[in-house]
Structure formats: structure tokens, C-alpha cells
Design a protein around this ligand. Sequence first.
Ligand code: ZN
Length: 510
Amino acid sequence: MPGTTTSVLRTVDHVVRPVTAWSVLDHEPLDPLPVEAVDPAVLVERLRVDPAAVEVLHGGAAGAAEALRGRPELLDEVRRVHAAALLPGETPLVITDVTTEPVLSWTPATLVVHYRNPHEEPVVLASVTVTWAGEPFVVEQEVRADAREGTLELRLDEEHTLPVGPAGLDVTLWRADGARAAVRHTVLVLPSNPLAMALGPAGARVTGSWSLRGDHRPESDTFVTECEITITNGDPRPVAMGRSMSWEFWDGPVGGGTRVEAGTLTWSAPITVPALGAWRGSVHFSSPRGSGVFGRYDRKEDLALAVSATAVDGRVLRAEITARTLLAYGVNIIKVGTFGAQEHADLYAAVDRMREVFEARDITLRGVDRRLITAAQAGGYTTVGSEDEYRDMLEAWSCANDYVDVFVVQDFAWAGYNGYAGDIPGPATKGGRKDGVAVEKTGYTDGSGTARLDVETLALLVGHEVGHYLGLAHQETTDNLMRSSSGVRGAAVDYEQYRLMFPHGYVVHL
Ligand SMILES: [Zn+2]
């Protein structure tokens, strides 16, 4: 039916990993054996290496070094064998595995660290760095483990509990002689209440704001919104869910704005959330021109999606998430005067870095046009000495497209400035004395005598001036891109600033 958002459903039918080993990137359990105790043919077969790479290690560290001088091409393969087998006489500390019971939200947990320590010095310290949706934290624990192999318990106590969602656990053991071993382990923290639903972005264009993306498909003139639904169960019994879920798109926050569209999802098969586990499905909402959702996206407005589901026993789950298009603007990078090859490379590295700064706020670059005004053509404009001279340059040149003109000059000889924007916001048309920004190239000579540009400073400087062009005034909060002084400027762009930039005529949705 035209003019109405419809939904297409897909359950995740590949094997969902265990909640206590959630990421495919986790270390596999590892237990290297002494090389002389392993059948060389097994290593050759398993690691797909030249038999000589295994043979080399039988000579111990000194023998291997000697043999590699004769056959340096074997180095990579020898390294792979060494990761799986110990040299004669080696006594490394090894974490062979990290195991845990399913971790429940806001509940202490115990990590069991399995190790092997074929050395007389004891293991003295265990630590875990926990990465999750908030600030990472570290828990350290003194231990005294003289045993050559065994297990250690590392406790996440009441002060170190976690909310529902994935959490990375980087576990490290230290031995008294300074040797250490580290592995990464990931868990999915389950709800202790004990059933919860979460919505997340799926597919491409997932950014730091963890919002859903409205993606325009020109061939059907439709916005597609893909959303992943995860139901987690912290109970030791499976939970049966009803096959229907209801969805609502809201203009602004759920309950605080206008309900734009609503409907029902009906899954093709009954949903069972496994005991101490998770169920995942994804849904594509397809919104043709004329639908309420299409109109909001087309006007670059934020939406909120709310989904609710009911368990067969009557419990109701509800979750919501922001949905927005990925916005984009283009830049014409106009080199004014002479740039060396390394300076050219540094300039475009800075533009890439600037793209990342804006993408953290769901605004990307739709294009980068590369332009050059030679030193001969530029005359005095290679150095900008005053506001008048800067505006004369804007008047003398512009690129006839709907990208922001960014002039990168050799130097600003204009007290107190290293960049300048024509207006806040700059015009969405070309011509006149306001239609661009200018920055100095921030050049320096590196230790080997090569002329370079300071990529990070330049990225934030161009981003700052473009920020002015798109409507941002100075803002002196910590790490903000719009701090007036480039010495203290950071890469942060906040939500209010996003809201100020999106109406600019040069900012379009992808
Ligand atoms: Zn400024």
C-alpha cells in the first residue's frame, strides 16, 4: 500500500554464540605444549607451514636464530609455530582460558582464569579491564599462585557490576619476574529482572551515536530502516514470547512528541528465548514517499522507534531507540600555492580525520573535490594578512557546486587567527565575500627534513571552520570542536550542535 510504512522480518538463524563467549574475536582457548612433545606432522598440517619451520624450533632460541639467518623467508611461519608450541627451555606464563557463569545485570560475577606457569616465580597479580557502553574500568587483585598450573578467581564485586549488553573483559596475569599473559574475553550481560528487550542498529552506517539509520533507496524512492531486536533472559528456564510485536515511530521522544506511524510485526515462527541466553531478530521498515516516516526523514528530523512485545505469561517488554538519516556535506579542498607530496598526503589524511569527527554525530562527507590555485595564480593570497584580503580571496574564487569551499593557504599573517569562516552560518550559494572558509596549512619540517602538515591540528581546524559555516558558534566546553583556541580544541560535537547544523542547505541526507 503506497504511503504507509511496512515491515519485513528476519530472525537470526545462525547459531547465536554462548552468552559467556559472545564475540567471535575472543581469544580461542590456548595451551601451547613444548615443541619436542608435539608430533611435527601435526603442527605442519594444522598450521599449514613448511616442515622446516617446525624443525627450526627444535634447536631452541639460539639454534632457531642461527637457522633463520640462512632461511629468512621462514620467519613468518616460524612465528606461527612458536605461538602454538614452546621452545626447549621456555617457561612462559600462559592464560589457557577464561570462564564464567552467565553474568547477570547489576550482580557481582566471578571470572575463573585458567593458567599454566612452568616457572619457579609465582603469579602475583591478576587484573581485568572491563569495556562496556560506559566508561571502561579496571579491577586488580593481588594473588599468590605458586602452582605450575591451575585456576585463579577474579571477582567483579558490588562496586563493579554491569548493565544488560555486551562487555569486553581483558584479563591479565603478572608473574613476580615481570612476565605477563593477557587474553580478551567477551560476555553478554543478561537481565537479572530477568527478561529484557533492546533495540540496536543493524547493517551499514552504524555510528558512535548507536542510532538507527534511515537509508534512502533511490530506485524505489523509499527510506529503509533496519533494526535489530535482542531479547535476553537471565532466568534458568526458557521464555515463550507471543509472535506479534507492536511498533511505533514517534516524532521526537516517545510519548513527548507526535506518533507518526504504528503497526504490528508478526514473526513466522514462535519465539523462544533460551534459558540464560538471548534471541535476536531483525526488522526492515520500508517507508515510501508519502508515508509519515518518509516525510520526517526527508526533512532531516529525528524519529524514535518504540517496540513492545509480550511474553506468553503476560510480561510486557518495551524498548526504544532514535532513528535518523545519515546526513552529509561536501567540501572543495582548495590548495592555495605550493604543497609538497608529503604535505598533500597529510592534507587529505586531515580531511579523512575530519570526516570521522563529524561521523561520530551522524554527519559524513558526501564528496571531497580537490582543487589547486597555483602560487602564480594566487599571487598575494598564498598568505592571508587581513580580513579584507581574506574576503577578496572569497570574491575572486569559488567552486560552482553545493560543497563548502575550504581554502588551505600557506600562512595566516593575521594576528590571532589561523583560520576564518565567512559567516555563521555561511551561505548555501556561491559568489560574494562570505562563501567559504580558509585555514593555514599548519606546516612544519620533520626530523628527516621533509615538509609536513600537522594532521590532527589541521583536521580539527578545518572541522572548526566548517562547523562555523554550517551554523555553529564558539562553545568552550571541554574537548569541543568549537572551542575558540586551537590549542585546547577537541573532537567533540554534541547533540545540540548536530541540531544546529542539519538545517543548512549544504547538508543533505544520503
Ligand atoms: Zn572559530
